[in-house]
Write a protein that binds this ligand. Structure first.
Ligand SMILES: Cc1ncc(COP(=O)(O)O)c(C=O)c1O
Length: 495
């Protein structure tokens, strides 16, 4: 036990090059996490030992030795000692120091989420620096659909990094070849040409470039309520002005916003602007609170596009990889609508949590990008391709689309039941496991999110009065029931 404690306090770099030694501050925090107020007594003695160093300095070997010997000799149970070692191992740095350094050094492009600091995950569960466990209903915006940690991907990445860590986009490589050998059955018919990127925004950006190169059109029709990412191009086709205005992108003469689910609006804009490119999310997520396109609208849109020679880009960055499945094998939202876009932007879930995204298109369109038109240092590098290869294989093996359909039904039933008991829960919007419902006001949403946290559920996504859920696509029946039960308790609290 002493050895276990010691190796959590003083890092063995040969085994864990990613860690530092523990700080006194973290040791005190973990004692409190595990032992509650009893921990303060132990912390008091240890403070005497650690007198010579700062609270946030790394422990030295002799201080760690003294501390471990003291804890082992104290009257703590094996379980308590083992929990202390485990928590110290998951993080050697205290919560407050982590938050302080983020506040000090991170450019505040978004609101810093510091209510909990995750350090460990397994399947749909995570644990924070305080040792509390939470059921994850965010999946990191749908990026960690196969769970918060993934042993097979970890081993694959370790092996790949040991063999060949990077290779520029242009060159033939084996990791990418393995991916090409296996992915095609998941793709919509004909969409077999990939250009790999590192973020969803980049994939959208490059989709626009390819569409422009192919059509020769500089005008693009996007939709009110859309969200496409934060690169210059992606943000230009994003509806909410607050994302565009600070950067002078609120009056781009090449972008035209149509009404979602309104084919006349699209037709008018095509006539008026001569645009030959349309970009859309078939289920508008982030900004619109999961507003799904109607089947009639999608049918009319694709018919109109065909008639006018307009190219359709589907942004499937969030909706892809089974998230919005309505029948078995719907790996992308377009499959559920029975249409095939000309270009698709894919990402998030693609690498099981490791960053890998892509533009996918037909051969004929891909040919518009002749040598030298574009390039990427890291796009589709061997690490990215290894994670994409393993993650997509797991999606097929775990029958992710089957699970999404079954859990989606369970969510619909559970939420409808809750809306009967709590009439302020209205407007349930579900496509696969892309879920949102109104709680009447933003205040209610925040109150329920706080209460859910107390119940051991992390559900941090919202759009105005809508609470949004993006649970991992592997979520089980029992975990779904756990969430619905916690939601019921949280709704009761705000009545
Ligand atoms: C539909 C859609 N497109 C693009 C993006 C941008 O992806 P990323 O954050 O990986 O750049 C997002 C992110 O939420 C998204 O939801």
């Amino acid at each position: 036990m002493k050895q276990q404690l010691l190796s959590a306090l003083i890092n063995d770099r040969s085994k864990h090059p990613e860690r530092l030694n523990a700080t006194p501050e973290r040791v005190f925090e973990v004692l409190e996490n595990v032992l509650g107020t009893k921990g303060q007594k132990y912390a008091q003695t240890l403070k005497g030992f650690f007198d010579g160093i700062g609270n946030r300095d790394e422990l030295t070997g002799d201080l760690a030795e003294k501390a471990a010997a003291f804890l082992v000799k104290s009257h703590l149970s094996q379980e308590e000692l083992s929990a202390i070692s485990q928590q110290l191992f998951f993080s050697e740095i205290a919560t407050d120091e982590a938050i302080d350094l983020h506040e000090q050094y991170k450019i505040p492009v978004s609101t810093l989420e510091k209510d909990l600091v995750p350090v460990w995950g397994e399947g749909c569960w995570l644990m924070d620096t305080k040792g509390k466990k939470y059921l994850d209903m965010d999946s990191n915006y749908s990026a960690t659909n196969l769970g918060m940690a993934n042993r097979e991907i970890a081993v694959g990445l370790y092996n790949q990094a040991s063999q060949l860590i990077s290779m520029k986009e242009d060159r033939v490589q084996i990791a990418r070849t393995r991916f090409f050998k296996t992915i095609m059955p998941m793709m919509p018919n004909g969409l077999h040409y990939f250009y790999f990127q590192n973020s969803g925004g980049e994939a959208v950006d490059k989709s626009l470039k390819i569409a422009k190169a192919y059509t020769g059109s500089r005008h693009v029709i996007a939709f009110k309520g859309s969200f496409h990412g934060r690169t210059h191009g992606a943000v230009s086709v994003t509806w909410n002005e607050k994302y565009r205005k600070p950067f002078g992108l609120d009056h781009e003469d090449w972008v035209h916003f149509a009404e979602f689910n309104n084919i006349d609006s699209v037709r008018d804009l095509i006539e008026k602007t001569g645009s030959r490119i349309i970009i859309l999310e078939m289920i508008q997520g982030e900004e619109a609170g999961n507003r799904a396109a109607t089947q009639e609208f999608i049918d009319a849109l694709f018919e109109l596009a065909g008639e006018k020679g307009v190219l359709v880009i589907a942004d499937e960055v969030q909706t892809g990889f089974g998230r919005t499945a309505v029948k078995s094998g719907d790996w992308f939202a377009c499959m559920g609508y029975n249409v095939i876009p000309d270009i698709m932007a894919i990402g998030k879930s693609f690498g099981g949590g490791y960053p890998v995204t892509a533009v996918v298109t037909r051969k004929e369109i891909s040919m518009a990008m002749t040598g030298g038109y574009d390039g990427s240092t890291f796009g589709g590098n061997p690490m990215a391709m290894t994670s994409a290869f393993i993650a997509t294989r797991q999606m097929r093996e775990k029958d992710v689309t089957g699970n999404v359909i079954a859990r989606s039904k369970q969510f619909i039933q559970g939420l409808e039941n809750l809306s009967e008991s709590f009439p302020f829960l209205t407007d349930i919007r579900i496509r696969g496991l892309m879920i949102a419902f109104s709680l009447g006001s933003e205040e209610n949403v925040h109150a329920v999110q706080e209460s859910l946290k107390e119940e051991g559920v992390m559900a941090s996504l919202s759009t105005g009065e809508y609470l949004r859920l993006l649970p991992p696509t592997i979520i089980s029946r029992e975990e779904t029931a756990y969430f619905l039960d916690a939601l019921g308790k949280s709704l009761a609290k705000i009545c």
